[in-house]
Design a protein around this ligand. Sequence first.
Ligand SMILES: [Zn+2]
Ligand SMILES: [Zn+2]
Length: 334
Amino acid sequence: MKAGYYVGDYTYEVRDIPDREPEKDEVRIRVAWCGLCGTDIHKFQGKNGASIVVPPIILGHECSGIVESVGPEVDYFKPGDRVACDPSYGCGKCEWCQKGLPNFCKVRHGVAKGFAEYVYPPEKNVYHISDDLGLKEAAFAEPLSCVVHGLDLINIQSGKTVVMYGMGSIGSLMLQMIKYSGAGKIIVVERESEKRAIAKELGADLAVSDQEIEELSKYENFNYVVECIGLKQTMEQAIKVAGKNAKVLLFGLGDPEKPVEFNQFEAYTKELSIFTSYLNPFATERAVKILESGILDTDKIISAELNLEEIGSELKELNYSRKGKVMVYLSREN
Ligand SMILES: [Zn+2]
Ligand SMILES: [Zn+2]
């Protein structure tokens, strides 16, 4: 079968590797779609994603597909089932797993590398999807589960004002989820006017530039600020514009070489709470339910549908990734 590898040194390669039958509790899934994630781009650029990267590695972790065969210990899946995957799991034994915080597991297992024709995750990482949910949309289960976990942390109260930075693919999901959580007013901060227009279509009350938000923050008390870009400059501004008693969620993946600086005294007088969000513990099942409910518009977020070979030049040029979500098609079933 074909698989898309990052082989190190800014190089991507499609390799032919053997397919195999599933063992024990493994579910062998014929991958239909897999999203290209910001962390795949980070890995290609030689930075770490959520964990340390040692090439060669198969990229992709946001996949959906159809069960082709199952291992002898599998109970709940059969060939033909339509599914989405959670791409990693905790060992279940270490102190962090025992505390109910598997995202900090000492030996986290990565499974379901979705830039491949087949993946073999254990049954506990596989989720049934309804017949009404398309497989392309189901591939959003993983990024959405990360958004769900981030929102779990800040617990948005109905009627409050939320500022959200960045209309990339994560921001576009985040915005819709913030809307769904009952926010009273949502202001999106986005540099590109084209994306500001999309923010309005997806539920923002106002979409402004970074200069405008600083001005607005002088008159309005923002209760929540959610940053979905990960740039030092925007993360610092997110903390700066937050109002009194506000919660700030730094969701974007920052650069470890460029730590954020902020005025602690100013933050103190506002009694700010600053949150970060790591991975997606216990959120995939809910992400699938949300996608099934049909409240999210994922079509509007997709900027391109590419095959495994075409991903090579996209990783270098990022032509479509700058505009939205790139979806990789494998079997392309829906
Ligand atoms: Zn991802
Ligand atoms: Zn563990």
